[in-house]
Design a binder for this molecule. Sequence first.
Ligand code: CA
Ligand code: CA
Length: 233
Amino acid sequence: MSLSSKRLRCFGRTRPGRGRLLVPLVLLFTASAGLAMPTDNTADHLVISEVLANPGEGELPFIELYNPTESAISFASCYLDSDQGDDSVYLDGQIDGYGFYLISIVDDAAWPEDWPEPDLISELLYFGYPDGGFKLYLNGELIDAMGWGSPTSGYYEGSSCGSPAEGESFERKSAYQHDENEGNGYDTDDNFYDFDSRDTPEPQNSDSPIEIPPASAGETTMGWIKALFGPDS
Ligand SMILES: [Ca+2]
Ligand SMILES: [Ca+2]
């Protein structure tokens, strides 16, 4: 799906007529249920931040993780599962607060010179194409998932990111309005809304400069509606 069609679809879901109706309903529900409105859609845990599953010439597939919190997170019990293989890819070491971690595959092809080196290379990492997905576990808990094309059940959140064109990655946004310098922590648990395609992938590793998320990720109301009623709300 092209970026323009994604934007059209997003626009269609938030058209003013529907928004005017839903917001009062949510406020009414909040008051009657005694629930507190969340303040942010920035994840408070490790997330999958960028995936290149359909590399262009001279590129290799990669998966990048991002820590949207200020504290380092240990990989002592952290692994990735692909919907293409039975083996888990265990991570090693830690990821700094607001830092990145880059994982790729064993391959004879040269790693692009202008890309940072992977922190981990694994022969167990399988990238499906045109359909695929990953699940991320920490301390025995499923903490994130990301899928493209028509991914296997459970290997995505909400709805698929779409189908990547050759050489195009999917990158998690920093907020409802993405800012290149504010990380990739936006997480409403719907891949379609949380990721955008990139014509030029930007793999970042543990030596890459940290990126601090914005004070507010915005679009609190829509994220909260989806949390309550599901991604198709
Ligand atoms: Ca999520
Ligand atoms: Ca990146």
